[in-house]
Design a protein around this ligand. Structure first.
Ligand code: ADP
Ligand code: MG
Length: 250
């Protein structure tokens, strides 16, 4: 589903991704962990073309989005292809990013109608089914400002799913929530994982990583330091940097 090879990214003088290689297969649930500033969000944003890469090879579902040629020039596929490739990816952010002037239902049907040109009578039943799934059908006429953080994040998940993505990217989906609201969001994510959605999740929720992920990847200072099953990584980290990080968060 994701093939990332030697991905490089810099912001001016700052090299943020120093050759990231990661494969995510169908149905994998990969937890991406690491200290703040290590490049986790930047990597996720590159996968969804919210940032461009400077070097390496990036393919989604076997289709090349960007690749570096023999001369070291990184080239992207034509924009129409990049858009089509990225449309198979759903993303959920830390800060929900819902449209404040639209109701919950309108938030969910907006992209399917404008991007996928779906008819309203076609998408509304799907949107309602998704709202039922995240247990928010009774809020379909509410505005985001009338919802709790956990409810907003569940709407954001339903909104991403309305585009029928093949894989989902989550960037610290519970970090902005009060602790008592993280459980409801993690439950929705766990349910998605049980339905075999392919997921790449940046998270500080080590219990989620332990219970739900098929693999944990530890990133630090723009590099993947080590990766493995949660059981192996948490109980027997191979690198001092991983140990130091886990000592803080476990
Ligand atoms: P993480 O998500 O692991 O906390 P980020 O990917 O957000 O890390 O950031 C990695 C580094 O890149 C940080 O030093 C951050 O300040 C820097 N950075 C991120 N986005 C930008 C940007 N748009 N312009 C300049 N620097 C950025
Ligand atoms: Mg981040």
């Amino acid at each position: 589903m994701i093939q990332a090879r030697d991905i490089h990214k810099r912001f001016g003088d700052l090299e943020v991704l120093k050759g990231i290689s990661l494969d995510v297969g169908k149905g994998d649930v990969v937890a991406l962990i690491g200290p703040s500033g290590s490049g986790k969000s930047t990597f996720l944003r590159c996968l969804n073309h919210l940032e461009t890469i400077d070097g390496g090879h990036l393919a989604i579902e076997g289709e090349t989005m960007a690749t570096t040629d023999a001369n070291g020039t990184c080239r992207y596929a034509p924009l129409a292809d990049v858009r089509r490739i990225c449309s198979r990816t759903g993303m959920v952010f830390q800060h929900f990013n819902l449209f404040p002037h639209l109701t919950v239902l309108e938030n969910i049907i907006e992209a399917p109608m404008t991007v996928k040109r779906m008819r309203r009578d076609e998408i509304v039943p799907k949107a309602e089914a998704l709202l039922r799934k995240v247990d928010l059908l009774d809020k379909s006429g509410s505005y985001p400002s009338q919802l709790s953080g956990g409810q907003k994040q569940r709407v954001a998940i339903a909104r991403a799913l309305a585009m029928e993505p093949d894989l989902m990217l989550f960037d610290e989906p519970t970090s902005a929530l009060d602790p008592e609201l993280t459980g409801e969001v993690l439950r929705a994510m766990r349910q998605l994982a049980e339905e075999h959605m392919t997921m790449l999740v940046v998270t500080h929720e080590m219990n989620f990583a332990r219970d739900v992920s098929t693999r944990v990847v530890f990133m630090d200072k723009g590099e993947i330091v080590e990766a493995g099953s949660a059981a192996a990584l948490f109980s027997n980290p191979q690198h001092a940097r991983t140990r130091a990080f886990l000592d803080h968060v476990l």
